[in-house]
Every structure is written in C-alpha cells, then in structure tokens.
Design a protein around this ligand. Structure first.
Ligand SMILES: [Fe+2]
Length: 311
C-alpha cells in the first residue's frame, strides 16, 4: 500500500497506460504555497537571465510569430500583469535548480509514479514553470525527454498526436536532437483529427508516450503550468541514437540505416556523439538559432520594445 500525496485518482488503467498512451491524472501540486501569486512574482523578478525564456507568439489563427525577449526592469507583479494582457509566455527553465523545493515536489511525484508503474523510474528530471497569456499557444513540437504537463492555474487545451509517421519521423527526431530547436517541424491542421484532445485546469496533469508531438492552446485564461522533462536509461539510449544518426547525416551526408539502440552500431554512435556533442559545430548551430530581440516596457504594461540587432 502506497500513500498518495500527489495523485488523487490513480487507478490500474493509469499504471498500464503510463508511457504508452496520453493519460490525464488528478494531482494536488497546485495547492502548494510555492505557486501563490506572491511567490511566483518573487521568483520571476529574481530569476537568473540564463534560465528563462520570454517568448512573443502570434494570436491564434494569425501568422506564426516567434520572438525571444527580456523582462527588462519590471517587477514580478508587472511581468504577470503584462503576460495576462496577451501574446506572451515566460518559461522559467530548470526551476528545481533555482529553488530546490520545486525539485523536491517532483521527486515526490516520481516516487509515486515509480511505486505504481512496474519498472519505471525517472533517474533524472528537470521542471520548468510556464506563465502564459490567455491567448498564448505553443506550436506543434515534440520533446526528446519524457514529458509531463502539470496544470496549476488557468485552463489549456492540449492536442497530443501519434508518435508515428507522418506526425513524427526518424528524420525529424534526428534534426531536433542535433539542432535542439523544437518548433520548426511540419504541421498540418488535419493532423488534429488524429490527436487526443484534453482540456485541463488546476489540479489536472498529462503524461504521454516518449516523443509524441503535441501543441497547446490556452483557453482564454492566464495560465501557470509546470512542464516536467524526465529521463532514464531507455530514454537516454533513444536520445543518443537520434543525435548520432542526425550528426552522421548532417555532418557527413550519411543516411543512417539502423535505429537499433543495442549492439555494435549503437556503441559506435555513442562514441561518435561523445566526440561531437560539445564540439563547436553543434554549439554554433544552436546559438545561431536563439536571438533576444525585444524587452518588456515598465511604463506601459503589455507593450514590448524592439532591441537593436546585434552586429
Ligand atoms: Fe513540449
């Protein structure tokens, strides 16, 4: 018998489905004082620059926009106010490293999952807090690590797509492993007919199978959620194969044939990726794709100011 502090409706179907299909679960994490408005405001205004992304996206149905910016000299409360007016989201990445109480909360969550799903462990996890506008959306993408989306405040509609072609292909997996840019992958509106769709609010969370593409629309409410990435040996192996195959293809023009994550070709790729992962080539490719080009305006909540382009 395991005591439950995080999950309130876990049953045998969740144990059977975890990691294989998208599932919705009830949780208690939204009740933590760590998510009070005051606490979030303090967290925002003290958040290390290298750990957050502020993103401006287009309104739903309009042309696709993706710009990264800076909170400037706004207080946390002013940032929340600006975001609640529209068109923005703030991702406080790796919040568990900035304040370990968030990490401990997720340790507790994964302990409960491990007690209920035979063979599952999250050897490592990284959590982020996403604060987003009523009209914000996250475009179609997938993530390399395992994912859980924990809703704290406000409501979202989440579309989760199959992890098979045409929604997800080996080439897409490899490109994302190499470039670490998740949003530039093909999406067609008709994909939605093949998605599982969840409307989630405070106290609800989602998990889905590894790499399943997804996209998110806020349901006209200011939203706070926690996005959780986790990894274990199985996930790590898959990631190494994707990066190794991607590097072979991009760097050497070689079309990988094997997606086997065991045996000699796996180990050859593991060695290759070790040599190249931190190479200047990969880092240069990644940095070239992230440019900060606006900041928030303290005098006019919700307004953004363009930053001069770096030479
Ligand atoms: Fe994601």
């Amino acid at each position: 018998m395991t005591t439950s502090k995080v999950f309130t409706n876990w049953d045998d179907t969740h144990s059977a489905l975890w990691g294989h299909q998208p599932i919705e679960l009830a949780h208690e994490m939204h009740k933590s004082p760590l998510f009070s408005r005051d606490h979030l405001a303090r967290l925002i205004e003290n958040y290390p620059r290298e750990h957050y992304s502020l993103v401006k996206t287009g309104a739903r149905g309009s042309e696709r926009v993706w710009r990264e910016g800076d909170i400037g000299d706004l207080s946390g409360e002013q940032v929340i106010d600006a975001i609640s007016r529209g068109g923005l989201w703030l991702n406080m990445r790796d919040v568990g490293a900035v304040d370990r109480r968030y990490r401990e909360m997720l340790n507790g969550m994964f302990e409960e999952v491990g007690a209920r799903v035979p063979g599952f462990s999250a050897r490592d996890h990284q959590e982020s807090i996403l604060v987003s506008s009523p009209d914000a959306q996250v475009y179609y993408h997938f993530d390399l690590p395992g994912q859980a989306l924990v809703q704290i405040a406000g409501r979202k509609r989440v579309f989760v797509y199959p992890d098979t072609a045409p929604f997800l292909t080996p080439t897409l997996l490899e490109d994302v492993a190499v470039y670490n840019v998740e949003v530039d992958i093909p999406y067609e509106p008709w994909y939605d007919r093949h998605a599982k769709v969840f409307d989630i609010g405070p106290g609800q969370m989602l998990n889905w199978q590894l790499n399943a593409p997804h996209r998110v629309e806020n349901l006209d409410t200011f939203s706070v959620s926690m996005t959780v990435s986790y990894t274990n040996d199985t996930i790590r192996r898959a990631e190494i194969v994707n990066l190794g195959n991607g590097l072979l293809r991009h760097r050497f023009g070689y079309q990988p044939r094997s997606r086997n994550s065991r045996g000699p070709s796996y180990f050859a790729k593991a060695v290759l990726q070790k040599l190249l992962r931190d190479s200047r080539w990969v880092k240069r490719e990644r940095n070239a794709r992230r440019v900060i080009d606006f900041r928030l305006d303290a005098n006019e909540p919700g307004r953004i100011v363009d930053l001069p382009k770096a030479a």
